[in-house]
Design a protein around this ligand. Structure first.
Ligand code: GAL
Length: 682
């Protein structure tokens, strides 16, 4: 510490009286969060000398975005100064890009703008009179944290009185977990999509999602030949009728009334006409998944009411097959063994004794079964992949009765780089940079194989957005494609990780359409596992408002709705977030449009999704540090005339509006409304 009045002093008592300048690297850097490594004094985060845009600094702090540090002041400090930028260790052209922010209390007082490698440092000099809390933040500038080495060089504060002190980031204010979704009435209500794509002549299975007291009796007017309805269970089974649109009228009746809803079976080539909905085991059970846990999840999908709201896929992720050897994620000897049987068939591990039996169990409830593999020799967790056995595996999965396949790039990276003797057609990259053909090859191959099977299999591409998969995912046979890396691994900065993943996915709105969806990964609310330590489930670190915002964003983005939390720990609040019929209706709308970004700033996000009935679903998201008023004008939305405002979460009308919609939105919360053109709601 450099002190003007009294020189360098050891005793805290002496400092109290001082006016001086503190070099910030002398404060507690353990309290500075970062996206990689740890914040370090007088060095870049990589421990190289501090250097920005060719200029070296002997003092300062090296960190990595996303990063945050909170300093307590006494209101008498005079000025904060620093030279900021991307550390010179990152070379121009590498993806590192960051933004530095200085926040006084709740108010942002300085921001650097996006800074990239090679750029000269920017100087920040801001007065601090009256400031009691100063927050130094580095964001990833919206493009992920790769290579985001950020330097606060020569950072210092002039103080008078109490010297600045680093403190732990303030705890999130307590919020009550208010349940907004009204309880389903006792009388029947039929939910789910209005259109459903299936291929002519293939097995058909659909459980009519309906809430209301049981027993309930179902009927289906106009059901095409070849399909049968189980009137008690409300499950339609049989063979998909010939090509064309088949309009069916479902009715559900119980002691309290009757409900009716039209449902169009679009017999053709396109599956997933609305975003698929279900549950995936990954973020809760990781490498501990068993047949018994999958069956329990299917049971809970019914007993919790999730299936009555349209959730239908019960999907196994990685780790159901044998692993050839012990590794980081496969230490359990009961999951290790031969990857294939003598005839080449994939070998499930001992926790999955009967893959067909499991699919049958799920189907008996009217639900669908999904599984996972990789085009590479191994899955991401080191279990047996499909390389060289693609045709056999596609057929095995279909014979077992699976309805959904997640195909995860993983170890295929090695094959893409150097080729494979089992398939000389693989366009290898060893003579140059990655090519589009190389990215597409394994997915196109599996996509074609799945189409040849005698059942409908929804195909989810998992390759984290490489080669702009949203531009070609549908062309190679995909029905959805992950647009980013794993949401569960996304480190939170000021905002939880789902925002940064969601915001990246939101930019791709023009690519989503029926049968072709951007997939920003699963819904992680309630209880789920720990992605880093593979520990037992723990509570999601989200406030109630953040949980509402998460589900609202996924609904508006027409994202596949896959919960990946713990089905055995579903609490009432989590069910309320997952199972709001009007939130799901926006997601499942027949037009299949993904919301466009109307406005995005550091503190606000406005999304708008056009719906089939001429209404617009709007989400006003508060991203700032407290409650805020957010407005959107009709001009921004491209609509005219008075609109009825439907509060989607409360399933209630909220008056009419003309010209603009404005709402008071709580911290990290959302106002999610449907602006309906005049007249009564259909
Ligand atoms: C990742 C994938 C995750 C999960 C995991 C399994 O690559 O993105 O969603 O499937 O592999 O190992």
């Amino acid at each position: 510490m450099r002190s003007m009045g009294i020189g360098i002093v050891a005793g805290a008592m002496a400092l109290r009286a001082a006016a001086g300048t503190v070099s910030l690297e002398t404060l507690d850097l353990k309290l500075m969060s970062g996206g990689w490594g740890r914040a370090i004094a007088n060095q870049a985060v990589t421990t190289n000398p501090l250097s920005i845009g060719g200029k070296a600094y002997d003092r300062g702090i090296g960190t990595h975005a996303p990063s945050q540090w909170v300093l307590a002041l006494d209101g008498k400090a005079a000025e904060f100064r620093a030279e900021v930028g991307v550390d010179a260790q990152v070379k121009p052209g590498q993806p590192g890009s960051v933004e530095f922010l200085v926040i006084a209390g709740e108010t942002e007082i300085w921001r650097s703008g996006v800074m990239k490698a090679g750029q000269p440092a920017k100087s920040v000099r801001v007065p601090l009179a009256g400031v009691k809390q100063l927050i130094l933040e580095v964001s990833d500038a919206g493009d992920g944290r790769s290579h985001d080495h950020a330097d606060w060089a020569a950072a210092e504060i002039d103080f008078a009185g109490e010297p600045p002190k680093a403190i732990a980031a303030p705890a999130v204010p307590e919020e009550e977990a208010v349940i907004l979704t009204p309880p389903a009435p006792k009388s029947p209500r039929i939910h789910g999509p209005k259109v459903y794509g299936a291929r002519p002549g293939k097995p058909f299975l659909y459980r009519i999602p309906a809430t209301g007291e049981r027993p309930m009796v179902f009927a289906a007017g106009g059901l095409p030949a070849g399909l049968d309805l189980d009137p008690q269970g409300g499950i339609v089974r049989g063979t998909t009728p010939p090509r064309g649109d088949h309009k069916v009228t479902f009715t559900a009746r119980n002691a309290h009334g009757t409900a009716e809803r039209t449902f169009t079976i679009v017999a053709g080539d396109t599956l997933a006409l609305t975003p698929p909905m279900g549950w995936n085991h990954w973020y809760t059970h990781y490498n501990r998944i068993t047949d018994a846990t999958m069956r329990e999840a299917a049971d809970v999908m019914i007993s919790s009411g999730m299936a009555d709201h349209g959730y239908q896929y019960v999907n196994i992720d990685d780790c159901w097959m044998n692993a050839p050897a012990v590794g980081k994620y496969q230490r359990d000897p009961k999951r290790i063994g031969a990857e294939r049987r003598p005839d080449g068939t994939i070998q499930p591990n001992t926790y999955f004794p009967d893959m067909k039996g499991l699919a049958d169990f799920i189907h008996a409830k009217g639900l669908k079964a999904g599984l996972y593999t990789s085009p590479g020799p191994l899955t991401c967790a080191g279990f047996g992949g499909a390389l060289g056995h693609e045709a056999q595996d596609a057929k095995t999965f279909a014979d077992w009765g699976y309805d959904f396949l997640k195909y995860d790039w993983c170890s295929y990276g090695r094959i893409a780089a150097s080729g494979s003797p089992t398939d000389p057609a693989i366009p290898a990259w060893d003579k140059g940079p990655p090519t589009l053909a190389g990215y597409q090859y394994p997915f196109r191959k599996m996509g074609e194989l799945l189409k040849r099977q005698d059942r409908d299999i929804v195909f989810n591409l998992c390759q984290y957005g490489m080669g702009e998969v949203w531009r070609w995912g549908a062309e190679v046979g995909g029905h959805s494609w992950r647009t980013t890396g794993d949401l569960g691994l996304e480190r939170a900065s000021r905002l939880p990780g789902f925002y940064s993943i969601g915001l990246r996915n939101a930019q791709l709105h023009e690519f989503a359409r029926p049968g072709a969806w951007n997939d920003p990964d699963y819904i992680l609310i309630g209880w789920y596992g720990n992605a880093h330590g593979l520990r037992e489930p723990e509570k999601a670190p989200l406030t109630p408002n953040e949980s509402y915002s998460y589900m609202s964003m996924w609904s508006l983005m027409a994202a596949p709705l896959f919960f990946s939390g713990d089905m055995s720990k579903l609490d009432a609040f989590t069910v309320n977030v997952l199972c709001n019929p009007e939130v799901i209706e926006v997601n499942q709308d027949v037009l299949g449009k993904q919301a466009r970004i109307v406005r995005q700033t550091d503190t606000e996000l406005v999304l708008a999704k056009p719906l089939e009935d001429g209404s617009v679903a709007v989400g006003l998201f508060a991203l700032g540090r407290g409650r805020q008023t957010i407005a959107v004008s009709w001009k921004e939305l491209g609509v005219a005339g008075p609109r009825r405002v439907r509060d989607v979460w409360r399933c209630a009308d909220a008056g009419t509006a003309d010209g603009e919609w404005k709402a008071d939105v709580p911290r990290h919360g959302v106002s999610f409304v449907r602006l309906v053109p005049g007249g009564a709601r259909p």
